[in-house]
Ligand binder design. Structure first.
Ligand code: PAF
Length: 290
């Protein structure tokens, strides 16, 4: 039978359990989430279980990563269901703190990873990655894991967390786990819940467009040509707006112009687009032929 899932809401209760694990010499993995858990999150728990003895997942809808007018009020909240899923996935402890637990009254301190936070998704959502870095730093301090797992689906977030971990000297190994996908390629995402049945069909075009662009670039097509084809494809799939389809350096996320895309070098293709009010993102690695 599976061990029971412990659920705690305060830092003190969390530390009591984690303290015992530490004393027993156990390796602790951490998966931060905002709930509304799907296969993608559960695959992160699976990745943590591969290298850790105990896995903690947090569920906290972080108000500081939503701007006024975004979907904070309607963001899906389903704590009991989420905890059942974590239990079934083999997670040991759910940390579900309140807002004052994470942001004690009068909190003035935020974490800002310069430059990386201002590119791509940071353009239209300037508050977003500051909110993410701030909550993840606070969660790292509460949980003090050995390993933390983030999905490659949120690729820019992953690079920002890696950079923050390095810059602030957190002694935590950051693992970027592969994106969990539906059979048609669409990445699992809590926001897929907002898509109508028709939009859901078109949405799989995002991954298909990036996948095609990768094949084209890897077989010698110029980057700009492959990206233009991808944008056309997205429009045909019914995307109402395309924020970007771009080829970048895999760590700095700076645009990779044709002249700098060295043979054999790795890059990352990233795309973001809208179906009505739902914004989807995805990405894929590519390597120029030698
Ligand atoms: O990826 C997410 O769900 C969130 O951005 C995170 C990392 C849990 C921080 O709130």
């Amino acid at each position: 039978m599976k061990h029971p899932l412990a659920r705690v809401a305060t830092r003190a209760d969390l530390r009591a359990i984690i303290g015992e694990w530490r004393q027993a010499g156990l390796r602790i993995g951490f998966v931060p989430t905002m709930g509304a858990l799907h296969q993608g999150h559960l695959s992160l728990v699976g990745a943590a279980l591969e290298t850790c003895d105990r896995v903690v997942a947090s569920i906290f809808i972080n108000p500081r990563q939503f701007a006024p007018g975004e979907d904070l009020d309607v963001y899906p909240r389903m704590l009991d269901e989420d905890c059942d899923k974590l239990h079934a996935a083999g997670c040991h402890l759910a940390y579900c703190p309140s807002e004052p637990e994470m942001y004690p009254e009068g909190s003035l301190t935020n974490v800002r990873v310069e430059t990386l936070s201002d590119l791509l998704d940071g353009g239209p959502r300037p508050h977003f990655f500051y909110g993410v870095a701030t909550i993840v730093a606070r969660l790292f301090i509460h949980v003090r894991p050995d390993v933390a797992v983030f999905g490659q689906k949120d690729y820019q977030q992953l690079q920002i967390i890696k950079r923050m971990t390095r810059d602030l000297g957190f002694e935590i190994e950051i693992i970027g786990a592969p994106t969990a996908r539906h059979s048609d390629g669409l990445a699992h995402s809590s926001r897929n819940l907002y898509l109508s049945a028709k939009d859901r069909r078109g949405a799989s075009g995002l991954f298909a467009s990036l996948h095609r662009a990768r094949t084209r670039i890897e077989t010698g097509t110029k980057i700009e040509v492959a990206l233009a084809e991808a944008r056309n494809y997205l429009a045909k799939c019914g995307f109402s707006k395309i924020d970007y389809v771009t080829a970048t350096h895999p760590e700095t996320l700076e645009t990779l112009p044709e002249a700098e895309a060295k043979k054999g070098a790795e890059g990352r293709l990233l795309g973001a687009g809208w179906f009505g009010k739902t914004r989807l993102i995805d990405n894929i690695a590519f390597r120029r032929p030698d």
